[in-house]
Design a protein around this ligand. Structure first.
Ligand SMILES: Cc1cc2nc3c(=O)[nH]c(=O)nc-3n(C[C@H](O)[C@H](O)[C@H](O)COP(=O)(O)OP(=O)(O)OC[C@H]3O[C@@H](n4cnc5c(N)ncnc54)[C@H](O)[C@@H]3O)c2cc1C
Length: 248
């Protein structure tokens, strides 16, 4: 099952796997597990390893399944045999995955820096170590920013995002922005969305540090880059919610 198909099915239940490698559109759940894929635009549980609870595979010796529940802390985890196996042990046919409620509270900002290294060793490190728990804290160098249409290619961009299925996250974004500004960052766009926001386009204008309130997207891709980072045209952008459940 490919990424968009998987998210379409979870969306019907207001759930998400929240795993977005750049190959999301064409790569499969089995392929993610077989290659230990890592999601982009994400901090926290970004590797597929974190999201797998149990795996089934057809092996040369027959059907194989790792233990699902009850969990076990004894010995090596059998899931690890299949994670990253690149197909050499068998074909992964099913997986129990940890999914989570789709986030409805979202707060995002784009912060410009003059220098990539300063931003990386200053703002990004401090924000990640702050335990504010951003869903996105991604640094894009000027060339990539220009290529993606996220900027004019002259500045390093920090893409900041917070989201939750349960509680507003605008205050967390404000704190992260304060850290970034202290490290020389300049906010170029910012938006905060909640479950009660109504239709319409998202705030994309430069804000001079002020927060815009706008509505959640009702389209099939609430976590798309356009949703999270208005100035990014059409690329995907994830984050994490705060609760999780499991499903196959
Ligand atoms: C443009 C682009 C962007 C990418 N971005 C990322 C990224 O952000 N993060 C990342 O981690 N990787 C990325 N990749 C690498 C790759 O897409 C991922 O590793 C992805 O997880 C592969 O999944 P797939 O379904 O496309 O597998 P395939 O490419 O078809 O196969 C990859 C390997 O997994 C094995 N395999 C596939 N399905 C199964 C299965 N069901 N059971 C057993 N073995 C299987 C294959 O035999 C092969 O060895 C990217 C690749 C491209 C081309």
């Amino acid at each position: 099952m490919r990424g968009p198909n998987l998210e379409d099915q979870l969306r019907e239940h207001d759930l998400t796997l929240r795993h977005y490698p750049q190959s999301f559109e064409y790569a499969t759940l089995g392929g993610w597990i077989a290659t230990r894929a890592g999601g982009h635009f994400a901090t926290g549980e970004t590797h597929i390893d974190d999201l797998v609870e149990s795996v089934s595979a057809i092996t040369p010796a027959g059907q194989w399944q790792s233990r699902r529940l009850p969990g076990s802390g004894a010995g090596p985890s059998p899931d690890r045999m299949l994670l990253g196996s690149e197909g050499i042990l068998g074909v992964i046919t099913e997986a129990w995955m940890k999914v989570r409620p789709r986030p409805v509270f979202k707060a995002t900002a784009v912060v410009e820096f003059d220098d990539f290294a300063t931003a990386a060793t200053g703002a990004v490190r401090l924000i990640v170590q702050s335990r504010l728990g951003p869903s996105n804290c991604r640094l894009i160098d000027p060339l990539e920013a220009g290529t993606m249409g996220a900027g004019d290619g002259s500045a390093t961009l920090l893409l900041l995002g917070f989201e939750s299925a349960d509680v507003p996250v605008g205050g967390l974004l404000d704190q992260a922005i304060a850290i970034a500004a202290d490290q020389g960052g300049r906010v170029t766009s910012q938006s905060v969305k909640g479950p009660d926001s109504e239709g319409g386009e998202e705030a994309a204008a430069p804000t001079n540090g002020r927060t815009h309130f706008s509505s959640p997207r009702t389209s099939a891709t609430p976590s798309s880059p356009a949703a999270c980072f208005p100035r990014l045209s059409r690329r995907r952008s994830p984050g994490t919610g705060s609760r999780s459940s499991t499903g196959r």
